[in-house]
Design a protein. Sequence first.
Length: 102
Amino acid sequence: MPRPTAAQLAYGSCTVIFSTLAMLLLSQTSSGVGIAVIAFAALALGLLVAMTVPLPKPRAVAPAEVPAVSDAAAGSDVSVGVKMPEVVELPEVVEERVPTAP
């Protein structure tokens, strides 16, 4: 089950709060059973509203374009569209060791 989005939480919470207030004010009930019924109805209505909020659609990723294979690269083992750098040999580095005092 996916996590609820911010819009679902906001719409559901607002629905529960405002519908509870409206039903309590309109019914003018003072009994515990009446308040419990109104609270349950408001929670059910808030859940219904939160579940009917449209979910965001996943982004469509455009496929990457692959360059065409040239005649020169067709027979080589180099990947298509990737040019390998030339190999350059570096001179050897000679380290001088300085004797340390005993």
